[in-house]
Design a protein around this ligand. Structure first.
Ligand SMILES: [Zn+2]
Length: 435
């Protein structure tokens, strides 16, 4: 039997754990997995071989706000960071992905410039609920909805009645930004992080998550809680799951690694919504991840122009809320996961396998026969210091500047082809109906 590529490593991370193996690739997929010594091939030795990460929460912002980020820069950053599949959020681009025509516009904008595979979420807004089934049929992987102001006027939130209408409209995954507006006060103009944090309390997430779970219970719909920040919501989610509610939840590297206590005055690169909370909350989120109450970790890569972060005044109320971390999520998470005694197999489950399963890309995010040959050679012991200027995000604004992180991506294969951010774009545009 002949193969296009054979990669051998003593640390191949499979769904069953780490093992020495030879990964044999044909026609873009993993065709066989043999013993490490059984076949010849490129030998990675003690370097780990991971499935490429699957990041289901990325705001690419093109077209319309391409000066914030774009398909070329975002996917180069992804590739450099060991992420081989992203799913683009429907908002912050113009038009937002809320109609079949808008999806066409988005796919046209992305065509020919993606360095990793790219799929698309649709958006559910008050005036497109009758069109959700058509948009779903056109290939989006599910729908995102807000219960609160999204930050951009063209993507308004759903009220509770419209949320139920949306959930009943089509059987797919509904991603919910869960913060309850009645619990949120407008942040005072201030350079103190504590003032911003106090304006978006944990109760806002608790109430919103409870409402979403009630709506899922009533409709039988499948819901996914986005960027969970408040650990107080975890018992609600765990109980709902025991009751048979179809619910999954994600959190992000920044909630698991950064804490409110360490955010300096005026450091608006740390601003995101919901906010980064205190140290005890961070530890409780880790416990939720380990227990399975939280399914996965994705970036919520949400950049903007540096000016919109208002570094001139350091005002947390005025700054855009969003953290750009597509290129850094893997080492940020590995650094903290390893410190807490976790292994690469857990990291891969949280950042590749589970997100792929939730979005429905079951042939990706895992090293097994039949899966996409999206592979990453990862040195788990090497370290580096984050230099913003070396990031491939459109704008080098990051809360991780100057941090020393462990874990370096040494090589990446997309559908079995060796790829680099400088090389030609080989990413595919993914459609739910082709999966
Ligand atoms: Zn987001």
């Amino acid at each position: 039997m002949s193969f296009d590529l054979v990669l051998r490593s003593r640390r191949v991370v499979t769904p069953a754990g780490e093992r020495a193996a030879a990964i044999c690739v044909r026609d873009g997929r993993i065709a066989a997995i043999h013993d490490y010594h059984a076949v010849d091939g490129q030998d990675l030795g003690a370097m780990a071989l991971l499935p490429g990460l699957v990041d289901t929460h990325v705001h690419v912002n093109e077209p319309g706000r391409t000066e914030w980020e774009g398909f070329s820069s975002a996917t180069q950053a992804a590739l450099a960071g060991g992420v081989t599949t992203i799913v683009d959020m429907p908002l912050n681009s113009l038009p937002p992905t809320v109609s079949v025509e808008a999806l066409r516009v988005k796919r046209r904008a992305a065509a020919g410039q993606c360095h990793v595979d790219v799929g698309f979420w649709g958006g559910a807004v008050p005036d497109n609920l009758a069109d959700l089934a058509d948009l779903h049929a056109a290939g989006v992987f599910g729908f995102k909805a807000f219960l609160i102001d999204s930050g951009v006027p063209e993507f308004p939130p759903l009220d509770p009645a419209d949320l139920r209408k949306a959930l009943a409209a089509v059987d797919t995954t509904f991603l919910i930004h869960a913060e309850e507006p009645a619990e949120i006060t407008s942040a005072p103009s201030s350079a103190r992080y504590a003032d911003f944090l106090a304006s978006r309390p944990a109760t806002a997430e608790q109430r919103a998550v409870a409402d979403v779970l009630d709506a899922a219970r009533a409709t039988g719909a499948r819901v996914h809680i986005l960027h969970l920040s408040a650990a107080e919501t975890l018992p609600l989610i765990a109980q709902a799951r025991r009751d048979g509610v179809r619910v999954t939840a994600e959190t992000c590297p920044h909630y698991l690694t950064l804490t409110a206590e360490e955010i300096p005055d005026g450091a608006t690169q740390f601003k995101c919504c919901p906010p980064i909370r205190g140290r005890h909350n961070r530890d409780a989120l880790w416990a939720g991840l380990v227990s399975g109450a939280i399914d996965c970790v994705v970036s919520d890569h949400s950049p903007c122009t540096p000016q919109l972060k208002r570094p001139d005044v350091g005002d947390f109320a005025a700054a855009w809320g969003g953290i750009a971390s597509l290129q850094l999520g893997l080492p940020v998470m590995w650094t903290e996961a390893r410190r807490r005694g976790h292994d690469l197999a857990e990291l891969v489950r949280w950042m590749a396998q589970r997100p792929a399963e939730i979005v429905g890309l079951t042939g990706s995010g895992r090293i097994e026969v039949g899966a996409d040959a999206h592979l990453v050679a990862f040195d788990p012991d090497a370290s580096f210091t984050v230099e913003p200027a070396q990031l491939r995000h459109r704008h080098p604004v990051t809360p991780y500047a100057g941090r020393t992180l462990t874990g370096v991506v040494r090589g990446t294969w997309l559908s079995g082809h060796p790829v680099t951010p400088e090389g030609p774009p080989r990413g595919r545009l993914l459609t739910r109906t082709d999966v």
